[in-house]
Design a protein around this ligand. Structure first.
Ligand code: WTA
Length: 631
């Protein structure tokens, strides 16, 4: 079994070893896995190109490690426990033995469709077991999965399908989220009409009894293709550095980029981090409420837990359906031991009032996790006192799509916790703070830009189809370092608190969004001349989207705002809809024509007292106008 740290002294010792002898440390972690062929070298790296390789020449299949490896010891243990949107619907379970059989059947179906090693497959599905099964089926045959969150629009889906040149799309007929029924297959049809020329097959999982439009040329039903297949399927032999998946994420500029993760390093790191961060013990029930459309679901619903032989729960619905007690009811029903969610969910449930939680004792809870955005102090204390009753340590886990796994976190019951601090690095992780010039900030009690100076196994390898972009975004800001895009503070004892993005990325309800991406969407409206988008503090969402828009003419502000929101929904999806749209006659610009977002950010935050010198702007007068017309 992968190492599980159990004491503070051990953490300190292991951390020291992992920094002084990283290769030896990761060799020990890699040992417990099943390698078809052992690797010849642990690590080769340089951050300029960048080129990072772990477990070189090793051959493996991650599904043999997630599934086959566990059959002897825990074949009858529940691997996936699924809870439906409707509370009165029965839960579904897959034991490790059943899951392996289902994954093999699905893999055989994919093979029959002509999908093989290296082919890309897009998933556009709600949180149903078939999504996890589908990912593992791809991994079984060496196909590369790329999940698109099922809240994205047809256009956003088509963009990703085209970028990945996917051979197939796997979707559901409908998605059930609370009282809503979302026509997922219709969105896929729409995307197919926009472009998606590379797609040969659309495999449709039946989730409801509703009718869907059908095209015999490309569409087929999951149950018809999968259920008739053999229950065994040999695993494709993969190289450690073969692609496992692509996951699209937003950056400061341009369209979302495809972050690439590879087989060997991702396997070793997600398992190691899962075991340690959640202190998972045999028999525990672990629940992460994320959607598999995001990295958290990949690493800590599917791969990490299954690699560690855990029971991992998946929930189809939303936190407040049918009532704001639903999460707690599920925790009670399944005696959940580790619960992992996002601050935005905590804040939303907190806002519903304590009556939804006060009589919900959950003595099974041992560890509470937080992920995706900074957790504010009020939410931290509510989580601690109301959910954990002061008995379940909170792990505030900081990481990114690009890091593949959790890099900064307390270890529950081992290191101390401090509200709003993601605290300490995981073994093998070497975070540093630098100033704008890239000089190391050595002292404690300081703020700076968060970088990582040494590779870890699950780090991003490239951005799909555009390695230069990977280099420019992450490795060019500061020589020899991976730049996270986050600003951070280190306290007097060395704990790290991640404050938020320092680039033009905003974090809305834990969803990453590029301001440029939202601006491009707004600009698609024919009446819009120019726009600028910034984030502002939002009580529930963490950050809200504030859009300053210049239009040709605005006859009716409300109608125009609705139209702009509809345009954004169409281009990206409802998650990118602006919270505030302010019509302006101009945007503050430098003499070289660059929009001064700093000023716009301050105005959106009602912080115009500290605007600083604006006299050098091309159009200083517009600033006062924007302040005066702000809502
Ligand atoms: C932010 C999500 C503060 C951060 C796993 C990062 C956090 C971005 C935390 C990545 C945290 C994530 N405290 N900020 N515990 N966790 N972030 O790629 O700004 O969706 O850069 O990965 O979320 O978002 P992503």
């Amino acid at each position: 079994m992968t190492l599980q740290i159990r004491s503070l002294n051990q953490y300190k010792e292991v951390y020291k070893q992992s920094v002084e002898h990283p290769e030896k440390f990761w060799d020990e972690q890699a040992e417990t896995f099943f390698w078809r062929k052992p690797y010849s070298k642990t690590l080769e790296w340089e951050f300029d190109t960048p080129s990072v390789q772990w477990f070189i020449d090793g051959k493996l299949n991650i599904t043999e490690n997630c599934l086959d490896r566990h059959i002897e010891d825990r074949g009858d243990q529940v691997a996936i426990l699924w809870e439906a949107n409707e509370p009165d619907e029965d839960s579904i379970t897959y034991t490790y033995t059943e899951l392996l059989a289902k994954v093999c059947q699905t893999a055989n179906a994919l093979k029959e469709m002509g999908i093989g090693k290296g082919d890309r497959v897009i998933f556009y599905m709600p949180m149903v077991p078939e999504l996890a099964i589908g990912l593992l089926a791809c991994a079984r045959i060496g196909a590369v999965h790329s999940v698109v969150f099922a809240g994205f629009s047809a256009q956003a889906l088509a963009d990703r399908v085209d970028d990945a040149q996917a051979k197939a799309i796997i979707c559901s007929d409908y998605s059930r989220r609370g009282t809503k029924m979302i026509p997922v297959k219709d969105v896929v049809d729409e995307a197919m009409n926009i472009s998606c020329n590379s797609v040969e097959h659309v495999l449709v999982h039946k989730n409801t009894t509703q009718e869907v439009n059908w095209s015999d040329d490309v569409d087929s039903w999951w149950h018809e293709q999968v259920d008739c297949q053999e229950q065994t399927c040999p695993a494709e032999e993969m190289d450690s550095e073969d692609m496992l998946f692509i996951l699209y994420t937003s950056g400061s500029t341009g369209k979302p980029k495809g972050v690439v993760h590879t087989c060997g390093g991702y396997m070793v790191y997600t398992c190691f981090s899962f075991r340690n961060v959640f202190q998972y013990q045999d028999g525990d029930v672990y629940w992460c409420t994320a959607d598999i459309g995001w990295i958290t679901g990949h690493s800590y619903i599917v791969y990490g837990p299954l690699l560690a032989g855990a029971t991992t729960m998946m929930y189809e619905g939303v936190p407040n359906y049918p009532t704001p007690s639903r999460f707690w009811e599920i925790c009670q029903k399944h005696k959940v031991n580790q619960f992992y969610t996002a601050p935005t969910a905590i804040r939303a449930l907190m806002a519903c009032g304590n009556e939804w939680i006060d009589d919900r004792e959950m003595p099974s809870l041992k560890v509470l996790g937080s992920v995706g955005e900074p957790i504010n102090e009020e939410a931290w204390h509510w989580y601690d006192e109301k959910v954990g009753r002061g008995k379940a340590p909170i792990v505030d886990t900081w990481w990114q799509t690009e890091t593949g796994g959790i890099l900064l976190t307390p270890l529950p019951g081992i290191t101390d916790t401090k509200p709003t601090y993601a605290s300490y690095p995981m073994p093998g992780v070497q975070p540093v703070l630098v100033n704008n010039e890239g000089e190391l900030i050595e002292e404690n009690n300081a703020e700076g830009l968060l970088c990582i100076k040494f590779p870890w196994p699950s780090m991003i390898r490239t951005t799909y189809g555009d390695h230069e972009r990977c280099k420019n975004v992450y490795f060019s800001s500061f020589k020899g370092m991976y730049f996270t895009g986050d600003g951070a503070r280190r306290d007097e004892d060395g704990r790290i608190r991640v404050i938020g993005r320092v680039d033009d990325v905003i974090n809305v309800s834990g969803h990453r969004m590029g301001t440029a991406e939202v601006e491009n969407a707004i600009n698609e409206h024919p009446g819009v001349i120019e726009s600028a988008v910034v984030g502002y503090p939002h009580d529930i969402k963490g950050q809200g989207i504030y859009a300053y828009v210049i239009c040709q003419d605005v006859l009716d502000a409300k109608t125009m705002q609705d139209e702009i929101c509809a345009t954004v929904r169409k281009e990206i999806g409802p998650i990118a809809k602006p919270d505030v749209i302010q019509f302006v006659s101009g945007l503050p610009k430098t003499r070289s024509g660059k929009i001064m977002r700093r000023i716009l950010r301050k105005i959106a935050c009602k912080d115009e007292k500290s605007l600083g010198d604006i006299s050098t702007l091309l159009n200083p007068d517009v600033v006062q106008e924007i302040i005066d017309t702000r809502k």
